[in-house]
Design a protein around this ligand. Structure first.
Ligand SMILES: [Zn+2]
Length: 276
């Protein structure tokens, strides 16, 4: 199986740490996407973009650019509300709405989904069930490590598996639906988050690289992610509490360089290519 470094396509005002402080929602995605596409092109890599329906609606030109470069376009829902804020019915509505907006632009079937804030858990197994019913082929929302009261489950499988409806953390070979859990380091039953995003941004890079190497030594594929806003040096700066400031803004300056290093070091492809 190949490594994947996917992109969750959302804008700064979709973040729960900023959304309540945002007086206006001025899109910046049209600026942050360019250097990312350029970087993927430089390393001859196509990947998976989990696209937010609202972005596709407001900035269709961004989806066209991604599509033109041959990347896979998958779904990140419509509003970026975590699943703990919405009902099953709203979840299905969001998926349908996003699909109709995005496929008009991409002209391709959407195969995969990633929940905002990795918010699919055992308590919300209805999400996996709904995805299967809606003919999705994979999900990449399971974070195999509990992160505070936020997300994740430390008993989740580390490697791709076929989730069972009655227990989405269990594997069932007969299911025609894949789960690609985000990469965490695991040794002697100690798990440590890697995954990308804030962890890639805030850890000393030497530590991040060393732990990734260990994961590869264990024969595992890397499933990493990042957001365009995390690479955008001129990201709109809001006066938010210190904790929010750290979570959103820390390490943005060095992020593209780190991603470039990963692209140089490992071979990456899309989730779609991993399905075959
Ligand atoms: Zn997101």
């Amino acid at each position: 199986m190949e490594n994947v470094i996917s992109v969750d396509l959302e804008d700064w005002y979709h973040l729960v740490h900023l959304r309540d402080y945002a007086k206006n929602k001025t899109p910046q995605i049209q600026y942050s996407i360019q250097p990312i596409l350029k970087l993927f092109k430089k390393y001859n890599t196509t990947t998976t973009f989990f696209v937010l329906g609202e972005i596709a609606e407001k900035n269709p030109e961004v989806i066209e650019l991604i599509n033109k470069d041959g990347h896979e376009i998958a779904s990140h829902g419509y509003s970026h509300k975590p699943l703990w804020e919405i009902s099953k019915e709203e979840f299905i509505e969001e998926l349908e709405k996003t699909k109709s907006i995005v496929t008009k632009i991409s002209k391709e079937k959407i195969l995969g989904y990633r929940a905002p804030y990795f918010s699919i858990s055992k308590e919300r197994s209805w999400a996996i069930e709904s995805l299967k019913e809606m003919n999705y082929k994979y999900d990449s929302s399971i974070f195999p490590l509990k992160i505070g009261s936020w997300y994740g489950d430390s008993s989740a499988p580390l490697n791709p598996y076929n989730p069972l409806n009655s227990d989405i953390l269990k594997n069932n070979h007969d299911e025609n639906f894949k789960e690609f859990p985000l990469t965490v380091f695991d040794k002697n039953e100690i798990r440590f988050p890697l995954a990308g995003g804030i962890y890639l941004r805030t850890y000393p890079f030497l530590i991040f690289k060393t732990l990734l190497k260990q994961v590869k030594k264990q024969g595992r594929s890397l499933f990493l992610f990042f957001h365009p806003w995390e690479t955008h040096k001129n990201l709109i700066k809001l006066d938010v509490p210190f904790k929010n400031k750290f979570i959103v803004y820390y390490g943005i300056k060095g992020m593209l360089k780190k991603i470039e290093h990963l692209l140089k070091t490992y071979k990456f492809s899309s989730f779609r290519e991993n399905l075959d």
